[in-house]
Design a protein around this ligand. Structure first.
Ligand code: ZN
Length: 242
């Protein structure tokens, strides 16, 4: 059956009022091709919403009508398959472990800049508050594929997880017991979780800082060794892991 829905709105990336298309978060080829139930911000915190306390079921997989066709196509062509390639390597590395370990060391052959920009696109797509859309330096970095250097106020962290409870938070202020207020965005989807921190630290000491992926050239393919903490997620709250 053909999709008949036409949804207009503000594109989460370019900020233009456009017809929106369904953006998979993560990309479909990154194990996101089956129906899924997800709780996002509105389901958890907005008590005035009819969605409060409910889950969202999506037959298309995880994602939403968030990007205009132009941004969806561009980022899809530039970054999505290189990100999916990275995720498939991550899944193989986890599956080859004989015993579960707290820190997982793996060697990946990837295009780091492309991977990082796909992760950032996912954060933009997931942020319902519009906060990230006001960050022109970040958007500029994503929408110019050759541009290198993640703007310095941000860090991107990676961890390993096989949890089937998902966090899809575009942006939140989180009160951390030790570090105080932290500006964090978090997405997890097996085999990885991703944290975007703005002038904030990592949400767990075992998270691997991948911000330097931003210093590679577009399409540059290299071997990188990453040590990622294996973290289990059993609650909605950013910063809590088992
Ligand atoms: Zn757009």
């Amino acid at each position: 059956m053909k999709e008949k829905r036409v949804i207009e709105g503000i594109c989460a990336l370019c900020g233009k009022q456009r017809k929106l298309s369904f953006e998979h978060v993560p990309p479909r080829a990154a194990f996101n091709n089956t129906p899924i139930s997800v709780q996002n911000h509105v389901h958890l915190t907005d008590q005035t919403s009819h969605l409060y306390g409910k889950e969202m079921r999506s037959n298309k997989g995880s994602g939403g009508y968030t990007l205009c066709e132009d941004c969806n196509n561009k980022t899809g062509v530039w970054y999505a398959s290189d990100f999916a390639d990275f995720v498939h390597q991550g899944m193989s590395i986890i599956r080859e472990l004989k015993t579960p370990s707290r820190l997982i060391k793996g060697i990946y052959q990837i295009k780091p800049l492309n991977v990082l920009k796909q992760i950032l696109t996912m954060f933009m797509s997931t942020d319902k508050s519009g906060y990230l859309r006001s960050k022109t330096d970040l958007i500029d970095f994503i929408l110019h594929k050759e541009k290198t250097g993640l703007p310095t106020i941000y860090e991107v962290y990676l961890y390993s997880t096989l949890s089937t409870k998902y966090r899809m938070f575009g942006f939140s202020w989180i009160a951390d017991e030790i570090m105080g207020w932290q500006k964090w965005s978090e997405i997890n989807f097996k085999p990885f979780g991703y944290l975007l921190a703005e002038e904030s630290g990592p949400a767990h000491e075992y998270m691997c800082n991948i911000s330097k992926f931003g210093n590679f050239s577009y399409d540059e393919r290299v071997f990188v060794e990453l040590t990622t903490g294996y973290l289990h997620i059993d609650s909605e709250w950013i910063g809590t892991y088992k």
